[in-house]
Write a protein that binds this ligand. Structure first.
Ligand code: ADP
Ligand code: MG
Length: 405
């Protein structure tokens, strides 16, 4: 029932977004204004003040376009900050560590909403950071706004993570803490999931060792958009060194992240009979010209294997959540009933991230694995819903729901 104009800022990967949502007092189709821009690479590893000043300037220009920046009424801002955070209140939290290529040392263990608030004040913007949320939580909020059966949200973009709604009494960490709903959203930080049952190849091990955060985010490094292209590069490099299928070894193959995931996807999805896209990308990006069709087919196969593994791991993670909350048809962790006599409730999972939305083969493999693990009968009740700009729009909705007006 909230009314008014609410802003959000979504930071946590390749691009950052500023958003403006106007709420009219009743549930409706939200039509947020969104602007997106890439984060300059030097800001990802520099000083925190520079990053936050840059963001504050972009936000200032965005507000200026639509509203009066000078207005005496304080505007409310939802801040989506998608890195591991120790949440200290609805509007504050301390950065535990950076992921996804960010490495701003002076920010670690500092309060993030305060750092943004200070930059807004330096800029003279009358705006208050009223909620601090993870992108998964923003996505869950928007997913639930549109569909009340939404129980979990998954991000598959530059990085990967998920959150879900849990009964408070099932959360060991917060025993004694009460919430009015009896529930709480758990940000899983599943990008850092690890298990000895998860086989790692030498490519995974080398990618991890050469990353700015070794021994961290193992699941993410096998699944998300920041890394898939680089796994493929490493496989091609090894093949090139150990055989002559790709001709003389191209020196470009030694450069980390030369093959970005969108280009990997373009090669994977090349449906021309001669694989002309594959040939073009190999030549232009990896400096591997004139290889026979057989070798180009091999490249498509590598992309396929790497993407299929990623999509199936993500699907397994989703089923893990459903299992935990008793929505996998098994009656939950305490239930002993068989799948067939459980009445399965409709269950929605909100998903966001360009790897899922832009990469058709990834999406198809993920759905295929969900069907396979859950079985058709149960999978019928599980719907995956894409929430466009959910992580930001959801934060604006949460800012609204925490406003006093
Ligand atoms: P963010 O994670 O920064 O919030 P996105 O959800 O848009 O942003 O995800 C960006 C990531 O998605 C990029 O790092 C890239 O790896 C991947 N990506 C973008 N476009 C494509 C595409 N067409 N095919 C495959 N992957 C893509
Ligand atoms: Mg995002």
């Amino acid at each position: 029932s909230e009314k008014g104009i609410f802003y959000a800022l979504d930071l946590g990967g390749t691009n950052f977004r500023v958003l403006r949502v106007e709420l009219g007092g009743q549930r409706s189709d939200l039509d947020p204004d969104v602007e997106q821009q890439p984060i300059p690479e030097q800001l990802m590893t520099g000083r925190s003040e520079d990053l936050f000043d840059f963001i504050a300037s972009s936000l200032y220009q965005f507000v200026e376009k639509n509203d009066s920046v000078q207005s005496p009424i304080t505007k409310l801002l939802g801040f989506t900050f998608s890195f591991p955070v120790k949440q200290t209140s609805v509007s504050s939290g301390v950065l535990i560590k950076w992921t996804k290529g960010f490495a701003i040392r002076d920010m670690v263990e500092k309060e993030v909403a305060g750092a943004l608030q200070q930059a807004l004040t330096r800029k003279g913007l009358n705006m208050r950071v009223s909620v601090l949320v993870n992108d998964t939580v923003g996505t869950l909020a928007l997913g639930h706004y549109h569909d009340a059966d939404t129980v979990a949200a998954v991000i598959i973009g530059t990085g990967t993570n998920a959150c879900y709604w849990e009964r408070t009494d099932a959360i060991i960490k917060c025993q004694g803490l009460l919430t009015t709903s009896g529930g709480m959203v758990v940000n899983m930080e599943w990008g850092n999931f690890w298990s000895s049952h998860l086989p790692r190849t030498s490519y995974d091990i080398e990618l991890d060792a050469e990353s700015p955060n070794p021994n961290d985010q193992g699941f993410e490094k096998m699944i998300s958009g920041m890394y898939l292209g680089d796994i493929v590069r490493r496989v091609i490099l090894r093949m090139s060194e150990e055989s002559d299928v790709f001709g003389p070894v191209s020196s470009r193959l030694y450069l980390p992240f030369t093959l970005r995931t969108p280009l990997m996807a373009a090669m994977h999805e090349d449906d021309s009979p001669e694989l002309t896209q594959v040939a073009r990308i190999l030549k232009d990006v990896l400096d591997i010209p004139d290889i026979p069709l057989k070798a180009r087919k091999l490249v498509v196969k590598i992309c396929d294997v790497v993407t299929r593994r990623a999509a199936r791991l993500a699907a397994a993670g989703i089923v893990g959540i459903l299992k935990k909350i008793g929505r996998d048809g098994s009656g939950g962790i305490t239930g002993g009933r068989s799948r067939s006599d459980i009445k399965m409730r409709r269950t929605a999972v909100a998903v966001e991230g360009s790897l899922y939305t832009q990469y058709t083969m990834f999406r198809e493999y993920l759905h295929e694995a969900l069907n396979e693990i859950l079985g058709e009968d149960i999978a019928r009740h599980v719907v995956v819903i894409v929430t466009e700009d959910g992580s930001g729009t959801g934060a604006a909705l949460l800012a609204a729901s925490h406003s006093s007006e």
